[in-house]
Design a protein around this ligand. Structure first.
Ligand SMILES: C[S@@+](CC[C@H](N)C(=O)[O-])C[C@H]1O[C@@H](n2cnc3c(N)ncnc32)[C@H](O)[C@@H]1O
Length: 311
């Protein structure tokens, strides 16, 4: 079975030795790899959420041996407090968010996440939701809007040129049509013989950007972090794994704010904001994957784990 990203690091930080961990929420269940590990290593009960019905089905089978200790729900992590309340949980001991797309989803051509497979240009995490698909975005948005998406969410430096090319060649219905249009506008660069880097496919950044835009991922994360912190019981921990610098920035800023007492502007003589820290930072610098993991799993190379503990 595929080993989840930062497996040991998540276990070490969410199940600290000697601490009772009764209720856990895995907000991004995926194939259930992290959930399984948490249940095997001391979590008494787990609520798992995913918006992807296919992921839920796979996780349901993987977690069946844990019987009634597991509650799986088709819901967004944004609604974790409501879903916890339905179980009668007014607080939890650990919450995990492993953001982004799973390798399982990338390997399903019909989901349209991967430029390496031919499939519909979809990219919705929840294919039953009424939200616009990636095809809807690339076929209808203006050139400037597309360029902004490519630049902001994909950190694509040739965003304007690519947006122009994408608009010129539209409409698109498949991943392959879009990947080929991008490749024509931005041919692959092969590194010189001294470089150790393998070149990324020219469509990598545009595909990542469209996925983030389709699922409004950054807004969801920003809205969810305060909800998750609020749901933790004293001593409970929230761990977030992000794969994108903007996402990590959102996590870092939210954790810094939640771990700070006074947030009055500098030089304010006495505190007037009344803000009090609700968490402590468990790690100041993000935890990254060890060399052995990055060698086995390239996706782990950009993974960053940040953890806070409720006061
Ligand atoms: C990187 S995978 C998680 C993998 C998982 N930790 C494992 O061990 O298999 C991220 C998952 O989050 C799900 N997801 C994305 N947005 C979500 C949201 N708003 N609410 C719940 N799940 C979401 C995706 O469908 C995907 O299955």
């Amino acid at each position: 079975m595929h080993v989840p990203v930062l497996y040991n690091e998540v276990l070490d930080h969410l199940l600290p030795e000697g601490q009772a961990v009764e209720r856990v929420i895995d907000g991004t269940l995926g194939a259930g790899g992290h959930s399984r590990a948490l249940l095997e290593h001391g979590a008494a009960e787990l609520l798992g959420l995913d918006v992807d019905p296919a992921a839920l089905e796979i996780a349901r089978a993987a977690l069946a041996p844990f019987g009634e200790r597991v509650h799986l729900v088709h819901a967004s992590y944004r609604d974790m407090a409501d879903e916890a309340a339905k179980l009668g949980w007014d607080g939890v001991d650990a919450i995990l968010l492993d953001l982004g797309v799973s390798s399982m989803q990338l390997d399903m051509p019909e989901r349209g996440f991967a430029f390496r497979h031919v499939g519909p240009l979809d990219m919705r995490f929840d294919p039953r939701s009424p939200q616009p698909t990636a095809a809807d975005l690339v076929n209808t948005l203006g050139e400037d809007e597309l360029a902004d998406i490519f630049y902001q969410y994909g950190e694509e430096h040739e965003s304007r040129r690519l947006a122009r090319a994408v608009v010129r060649e539209r409409p698109y219905s498949t991943t392959q049509q879009l990947a080929e249009a991008i490749e024509r506008a931005k041919p692959r660069r092969y590194p010189n013989k001294h470089s150790k880097k393998t070149p990324i496919h020219p469509a990598t950044r545009v595909f990542q950007a469209l996925r983030i835009a389709v699922n409004d991922e950054l807004t969801l994360v920003e809205q969810t972090l305060p909800v998750a912190i609020n749901l933790l019981r004293a001593g409970g921990r929230l761990a977030v794994i992000s794969f994108h610098s903007l996402e990590d920035r959102i996590v870092k800023d939210a954790f810094r704010l939640a771990s700070t007492d006074c947030i009055c502007p500098p030089k304010t003589p006495i505190c007037i904001c009344g803000h009090r820290a609700s968490v402590r930072l468990v790690n100041r610098k993000p935890i990254i994957a060890a060399d052995e993991e990055t060698a086995d799993n390239p996706r782990s190379r950009s993974a960053k784990l940040r953890v806070v503990e409720k006061l």
